[in-house]
Design a protein around this ligand. Structure first.
Ligand code: UDP
Length: 237
């Protein structure tokens, strides 16, 4: 069996990724594809914590730009992440994994509340922990929630899946000559405003020396490559 480079990982899954080609809502086939990758990682002995975004359903910033109170809009965004978390939980359980959704906003009929020690216990028992509702606070994003949970849960790396092969100097979907970076420092990302994660999340990772791997999650086997330390995407450290 391949040796794990990272035993406990924090996987940030954006809401947009769950929408697949539809661009909005939840595409069950896409969710199942990601979940099979996660199942493969878990079968290898990796402890997986997921932070799920909500942008496929609702984004606070966009709603506040159209006149809605920002905090109210952000709470709607956080509720959207809970819907995604339940969808991912269902798909993971259909693949035979044991999971728990832990929400930063208490919703006891739907899922457990996020309690750090409980989350760590679930991971130790081999359950996939799905962190929902971001940080539980408006004005934050699920990227920042990912950085925060990675630290709290003593993960060794933040893994961020995207549609492209890693971090480029410019948008590879628009520019043919875009260059893919193998390795970057946190300062490179902040100074060049590279689209890795938002600046709050990057600063938090930098202050706590938490590496971030950005990789293409639409390529089968890539998550396994990342956790076994093979080359896949860009590492920020
Ligand atoms: N959100 C929030 N606080 C958090 C995390 C998320 O208020 O700690 C809200 C915010 O409105 C955000 C929405 O939830 O726009 C969905 O999260 P995000 O945009 O990070 O999702 P992604 O881009 O990963 O799909």
């Amino acid at each position: 069996m391949d040796k794990l480079r990272f035993k406990r990982v924090l996987f940030k899954l954006s809401g947009e990724a769950l929408a697949g080609d539809k661009g909005f809502g939840i595409d069950p086939a896409t969710v199942t594809t990601f979940c099979s990758e996660i199942a493969e990682a878990a079968a290898m002995g990796a402890e997986v914590a997921l932070v799920i975004g909500g942008g496929n359903i609702f984004r606070g910033m966009s709603a506040s730009a159209s006149g809605m109170d920002r905090a109210s809009a952000d709470y709607m965004g956080m509720l959207a992440t809970v819907m995604n978390a339940v969808a991912v939980q269902d798909a993971l359980e259909k693949l035979g994994l044991s999971t728990r959704v832990l929400s930063a906003i208490t919703m006891q009929e739907v899922c457990e509340s996020y309690i750090r020690r409980r989350a760590i216990r679930h991971l130790e028992k081999g359950r996939v922990v799905i962190c929902a509702a971001g940080t539980g606070n408006p004005y934050f994003t699920t990227d920042t929630a990912a950085a925060l949970r990675a630290m709290e849960l003593k993960c060794e790396v933040i893994i961020k899946g995207t549609k492209v092969n890693g971090v480029y100097d410019k948008d590879p979907k628009k520019f043919d000559d875009a260059v893919l970076f193998d390795r970057l420092t946190y300062m490179d990302v902040l100074e060049r405003q590279l689209a890795v994660m938002d600046s709050t999340a990057i600063s938090l990772a930098m202050d706590n020396r938490m590496p971030i791997v950005v990789f293409n999650m639409f390529e089968p086997g890539n998550l396994k490559r990342v956790i076994t330390g093979q080359k896949a995407g860009t590492i920020v450290e």
